[in-house]
Design a protein around this ligand. Sequence first.
Ligand SMILES: Nc1nc2c(c(=O)[nH]1)N(C=O)[C@@H](CNc1ccc(C(=O)N[C@@H](CCC(=O)O)C(=O)O)cc1)CN2
Ligand SMILES: Nc1ncnc2c1ncn2[C@@H]1O[C@H](COP(=O)(O)OP(=O)(O)OP(=O)(O)O)[C@@H](O)[C@H]1O
Length: 199
Amino acid sequence: MPDSDAAPSKQQLRQQIRAARRGLGRYHQRLASRRLCARLALSPELKRAQHIGIYWPMDGEIDPRPLLQRFPSKRFYLPVLPRAARSTMTFLHWPGARLRYRNRYGIPEPVAGRSDQRTPAQLDLVLLPLVAFDPKGARLGMGGGYYDRSFAFKRINPGKGPVLVGIAHQLQCVAELPVESWDIPLVLVATDERLYRCR
Ligand SMILES: Nc1nc2c(c(=O)[nH]1)N(C=O)[C@@H](CNc1ccc(C(=O)N[C@@H](CCC(=O)O)C(=O)O)cc1)CN2
Ligand SMILES: Nc1ncnc2c1ncn2[C@@H]1O[C@H](COP(=O)(O)OP(=O)(O)OP(=O)(O)O)[C@@H](O)[C@H]1O
């Protein structure tokens, strides 16, 4: 079979979708972020959650940060990459911790200090950045395996720990992603246009 007919590899899919996402204009980004946050704010899962993992957007990702203003009484946490290879991320309360440091991918991270620090299992809900998703809740990330490793405990005990919510622009939706044995399924995916309840 010629290459052009084959399903795109994970790497090709990442490249295509990341380029499309980076191409979104500033006006589109602002509107998409507001629509996403308005939709998320209505979900019972988010209303119930008190300790929420969020992310600092990069590479054209949709911006979830307006949720902080909407929910001043909830606590939000940013991921901090593990120091040791193959370890899990920790989540630091923010704002509160200083955001001075950029990690190896150029993403700002809070600096551990006196601020509240949580393990992945200690959060109520996590908003996961992603490159592509499908309506069944499969997620393709940047390829580091950070979220998969951090929430691997949910494969053994799906009821434990946070509700995992994928966050994306609508253009990041694909019909079906190949699922790897280590992939952690998403319960919800929220975009600027829709909310997907998976499975
Ligand atoms: N906003 C945000 N924060 C996040 C993630 C994310 O996807 N988005 N992550 C989700 O896991 C973790 C970081 N994972 C990342 C993995 C790879 C690259 C990246 O840019 N890779 C380059 C290769 C460069 C290199 O190896 O140095 C690339 O693909 O171009 C970025 C983040 C934690 N924080
Ligand atoms: N639970 C796990 N235990 C050990 N290794 C893992 C685990 N989950 C993922 N990995 C490793 O991480 C690598 C990257 O996985 P994958 O390409 O699915 O990451 P991703 O979901 O795209 O990335 P991210 O979660 O950082 O956005 C895989 O090659 C796999 O070996």
